[in-house]
Design a protein around this ligand. Structure first.
Ligand code: PEP
Length: 253
């Protein structure tokens, strides 16, 4: 089996002006120059995409968007499309983050449309799934994930999914300082991989990258990455600082 290449991704959420984002990106580039064994992505706000791309374009750091709309263009005030994101340098698009589901009414159906739109233009979707604390406590974790993964990928076929990345982000671990233990995260990642195998076959389930997200920090990344089904991380808070994010990127050192 071919080794899956780790991906460490930073979600900067609604933080940093374009100037601040470009400055942090520059500090990150200085710290990760020469890193060749890990894919690195940062997702600043839309307003900062173009200035950040200018800084990172000849570096190991790739650009991602935090959200996108499923139509390519039209009268959709306030939205941004996958082709527009590609044109400002994005290689990845985060889709279905729990904050989008919680505050902006995203559903498995809209997530599915966005994944299709991203794939159509060659933008790698980082498809986020995860259970709430209440769902975990009532032992619904696996059924919630089954529904999110199955509905989020409905009507897609395995040949379209080679650029898909899944991020398992337990909602109770996002921004709370509570990380899933290595074993808890591994158990869910293994389950997600088995769902991919069931729905799309084992070539895809072997190659697909499944990231963990939820209070990842320099001091817990190595343990998480030692798990066989964890292929990287989606990092919120600790990605806002170039030094801590670069320590996460260099988890092998
Ligand atoms: C996130 O926003 O995807 C996230 C995982 O945040 P944090 O690392 O701050 O928990």
């Amino acid at each position: 089996m071919e080794q899956r290449r780790p991906l460490i991704a930073g979600n900067w959420k609604m933080y940093k002006t374009p100037e601040e984002a470009a400055e942090t990106a520059q500090q990150l580039v200085e710290r990760v120059t020469g890193v060749t064994d890990v894919d690195i992505m940062i997702a600043p706000t839309c307003a900062a995409l173009a200035p950040v791309f200018k800084v990172i374009k000849n570096s190991p750091v790739a650009l991602g968007a935090q959200n996108l709309f499923w139509e390519n263009e039209g009268a959709y005030t306030g939205e941004i499309s996958a082709p527009m994101l590609k044109s400002v340098g994005c290689e990845y698009g985060i889709i279905g983050h729990s904050e989008r589901r919680q505050y902006f009414g995203e559903t498995d159906e809209t997530v599915n449309k966005k994944i299709q739109a991203a794939i159509q233009v060659g933008l790698k979707p980082v498809f986020c799934v995860g259970e709430t604390e209440k769902e975990r406590e009532s032992e619904q974790t696996f059924s919630v994930l089954d529904k999110q993964v199955t509905k989020g990928l409905v009507s897609l076929v395995s040949e379209q999914l080679d650029m898909l990345i899944i991020a398992y982000e337990p909602v109770w671990a996002i921004g709370t300082g509570k990380t899933a233990t290595d074993a808890q995260a591994q158990e869910v990642h293994q389950f997600i991989r088995s769902l991919v195998e069931k729905n799309f076959g084992n070539a895809l389930s072997d190659s697909i990258r499944i990231l963990y997200g939820g209070s990842v920090k320099p001091d817990n990344i190595a343990g998480l990455m030692s798990m066989p089904d964890i292929d990287g991380a989606l990092v919120g808070g600790a990605s806002l600082n170039a030094e801590s994010f670069s320590q996460i990127v260099k988890f092998k050192n």
